[in-house]
Design a protein around this ligand. Structure first.
Ligand SMILES: Nc1ncnc2c1ncn2[C@@H]1O[C@H](COP(=O)(O)OP(=O)(O)OP(=O)(O)O)[C@@H](O)[C@H]1O
Length: 769
């Protein structure tokens, strides 16, 4: 091994020399290109022949400008790519590779030594690979096999052979730090080392230690829908992000980061994962939250509730007189049964019942809602609603054109023309002049000038109306949706329908859009208006998919009909009221779908996993990764004062042992705020609410539902008492909170601990004092 070590260190140095040479060459080329760009920019106008005398000259000028701009863009692109390559070389120089396999392909004489890193590197003659990109076909051997018979897929077929050696390295700043030859499974020692470190405020890439089952997610190319049910900490999010990098590499000629979108649970999570792809030398995919999408579409018209406020309501508003009805409404409106009702309603609307708005211009009725209704329903009913809507739009457009003409003769237009201040007048005058010229009239008589000014003025005033009509604002969507709850047709209503309907109408009346209504509302709107689906996104990732209702999923499928989808989640972390006892995305049965289950948990120590798995019914299936630590500690206290003393002491202790991210997790925001006011005197602590979008090291107080997807060195459960967590409904929330801990978990309870802990073996935790 000693000899091997020296050889390997020499190789690292050799690689550095190659990298230095390449970097220098690249820098020279880049310098040239950069100078070229600066030169091009400087001389842009000199190199363009500008001549606007004759129409032909204008065309020529335009062509010449276009050519010059294209040349510049091309150079800038080349420069951008070189710059990326240069940065990548810098990364490789520090840590050129993390793995090596010696592979003897069947039928070949020699053994290939394949070194694997975050990007590939050729020798200086560009003949041989010194490093293979981790996403290259041959690299999958490293993730899928231990020494022995092995094979991998290539675009031209399967390659079989024998793996003779598998080695892992830790190389930092060009120095070989450690090296392991692995036997049975990949990188236990390396993985131990990685997982034993402190939690990060930004997620890290896992390319050096991807596990076999994670690799099958990352490289899956067959299915339109890939559904991953993975236990807490099994690496779903990690796999998703490395999969983005893989897809960008595998389809680099046809797919870019613009074509990939990730739906994530909250803005904090967005920032948490934001560095993984850049670390791998790729651009970030588009990222959004469902809430953001909904708000973009409805936020102008309604006060739209967000899922966290809804969550807070379901956890704290039990004394509200409408509570039971609201909870029923939340569950029912998430279901496909409700979608069926909406679909029935849409068929009904095909023959009658749509509501339109009057179209007015300066208080003059141009077209009444009644007239619009008649135009619509006079159209052939065999034409789909969206197509009829388009025909209706054409009719309205014609009316607007006619009305615009009429308006020009009105007194107010003349008055406005006279009252125009100098600047506006000149602007209107110039615009009028242009119109005039393009219509090939001479611009000399006064009447004509007035006419054109009138035209410009009226057009300006009609602009907003036209915009509104273009956006189909002539449909009274709010009333159409409200009428759904007044609709008397027989359909399969739930028992509580009348109360649900009354509550919904009351909310909408106040222009408040409860979160549970946002999806059905948008679905109905799109079915009526025929919204264009998003075709730019070719691959959609949905993380924390257990939080999406079946209705939301149907809606997403409609929005992204051509996208492949990777859907990741954990049924045991379904914390929203709408997913309680309801099928979620993860249980969908779809054509061309593949399901993968991840049962191994990597985040937490074996002791924490053995504790948390007792909280859920199928927990015995969860397999902890073999990383030892302390048993979780449950401390029962008599009152709040002692609680705060103990928590403060615990935080100090956690800091002393080197933990950098410590979360005091509460059930709700309300509890978090209370904890914060009590603890801020004693501790340097920050509170996180739904608007938080990045976090730093230190001590934070956070409601459980916002800590989703994130992890901490140590987690302190603020009050795990039976009073606080007394409903079965809160089990998943409690489980989610506890599974955020990597190294240490402390639970405090004022009085008896939650009965949700009943299934947990006493042996898996200790009692604190
Ligand atoms: N193969 C791996 N190598 C190194 N670290 C890993 C690996 N798989 C997972 N991890 C680590 O385990 C932790 C949990 O991973 P991740 O957040 O992706 O899991 P998750 O399934 O999305 O979790 P949850 O559903 O609980 O939010 C992270 O710190 C991640 O870096």
């Amino acid at each position: 091994m000693e000899k091997d070590w020296i050889k390997e260190q020499k190789r690292v140095e050799m690689i550095q020399t190659v990298i230095d040479e390449k970097a220098e060459q690249l820098q020279q080329n880049m310098g040239g290109v950069k100078a070229g760009i600066i030169e091009l920019r400087k001389n842009f106008w000199e190199d363009v022949t500008v001549n606007l005398d004759e129409p032909d000259d204008v065309i020529e000028t335009f062509a010449s400008m276009k050519q010059q701009a294209e040349l510049l863009a091309e150079r800038e692109r080349t420069h951008g790519q070189s710059f990326k390559q240069f940065k990548q070389l810098g990364n490789l120089r520090k840590s050129p590779y993390f793995g090596r396999i010696d592979f003897h392909e069947d039928g070949e004489q020699s053994v290939d030594k394949v070194y694997i890193g975050i990007a590939s590197l050729m020798d200086t003659n560009n003949e041989e690979f010194l490093i293979y990109d981790w996403r290259a076909p041959i690299s999958s051997l490293y993730y899928d096999y231990s020494p022995g018979p092995a094979s991998y897929e290539t675009p031209s077929g399967k390659i079989e052979g024998t793996m003779e050696l598998k080695r892992q390295y830790i190389i930092k700043n060009g120095q070989l730090i450690s090296m392991f030859d692995t036997g049975v499974t990949i990188g236990d020692s390396l993985l131990q080392e990685v997982l034993g470190g402190n939690a990060n405020t930004q997620m890290k890439s896992i390319v050096a230690t991807i596990q076999k089952e994670q690799n099958s997610i990352i490289r899956n190319e067959r299915s339109k829908f890939l559904i991953v049910q993975g236990v807490a900490g099994s690496g779903k999010t990690s796999a998703a992000l490395q999969r983005v990098a893989y897809l960008l590499y595998r389809y680099r000629d046809t797919l870019s980061s613009e074509n990939i979108m990730l739906f994530s649970p909250n803005p904090l999570f967005n920032s948490y994962v934001a560095t993984v792809l850049p670390e791998l030398g790729e651009d970030n995919m588009k990222q959004t939250t469902y809430q953001q999408y909904v708000k973009n579409r409805l936020g102008r018209q309604f006060k739209v509730e967000d899922p966290f406020t809804q969550m807070e309501y379901s956890l704290t508003a039990m004394d509200d007189s409408f509570y039971e009805t609201r909870m029923k409404a939340i569950q029912f409106k998430a279901s496909l049964d409700f979608k069926n009702i909406v679909d029935q309603y849409i068929s009904y609307l095909s023959a009658q019942g749509l509501v339109f708005k009057n179209i007015k211009f300066r208080d003059r009725l141009l077209l009444s809602a009644k007239e619009i209704y008649k135009i619509f329903y006079d159209l052939d009913s065999s034409i789909s609603i969206p197509n009829r809507m388009k025909l209706l739009f054409d009719e309205i457009w014609k009316v607007l054109a006619k009305e615009e003409l009429k308006e020009r003769k009105k007194d107010w237009v003349l008055e406005e023309a006279e009252l125009l201040d100098k600047e506006d007048y000149l602007r209107a005058y110039h615009r009028a002049q242009k119109v005039q010229e393009s219509e090939d009239h001479s611009f000399d008589d006064f009447d004509r000038e007035q006419q054109i000014l009138a035209k410009v003025i009226v057009r300006k005033h009609f602009k907003r109306l036209r915009e509104a009509v273009k956006n189909y604002k002539f449909i009274n969507m709010k009333a159409v949706y409200q009428n759904l709850f007044k609709w008397a047709e027989p359909f399969s209503r739930p028992e509580e329908w009348d109360e649900i309907a009354a509550l919904t109408l009351d909310y909408l009346q106040k222009n408040f859009m409860p979160y549970e209504d946002a999806t059905p509302y948008l679905y109905l709107q799109d079915q009526l208006e025929g919204r264009k689906s998003n075709t730019l996104i070719r691959h959609l990732f949905i993380d924390e998919a257990q939080d999406y209702s079946p209705f939301q999923f149907e809606f997403l499928m409609q929005l992204f009909p051509n996208s492949k989808m990777t859907i990741l989640g954990d049924i045991n972390q379904a914390i929203y009221a709408h997913t309680m006892n309801a099928p979620t995305l993860l249980s969908s049965e779809l054509e061309n779908m593949e399901k993968i289950e991840l049962l191994k948990s990597y985040r937490s120590t074996a002791e924490i996993v053995n504790f948390t798995k007792g909280l859920i019914s199928n927990g015995h299936l969860i397999e902890p990764f073999n990383r030892p630590g302390n048993k979780p500690v449950l401390t029962i206290v008599d009152n709040e004062e002692i609680l705060h003393q103990r928590i403060t002491a615990c935080v100090h202790q956690m800091k002393e042992i080197g933990h950098e991210t410590i979360a005091i997790i509460c059930k709700t925001l309300k509890e978090s705020q209370h904890a914060y006011t009590q603890l801020r005197e004693k501790l340097d602590v920050k509170i996180f609410n739904k608007d938080a979008n990045s976090y730093e090291k230190g001590v934070i107080i956070i409601p459980a539902y916002l800590a989703k997807g994130i992890e901490f060195d140590a987690v302190i459960i603020y009050n795990a008492s039976n009073k606080q967590y007394d409903r079965e409904f809160e089990r998943n929330l409690f489980y989610t909170a506890c599974t955020r801990a990597m190294h240490d978990l402390h639970l405090f309870s004022i009085g008896e601990q939650t009965q949700l802990m009943q299934g947990i073996s006493q042996e898996t935790y200790k009692h604190g004092k």
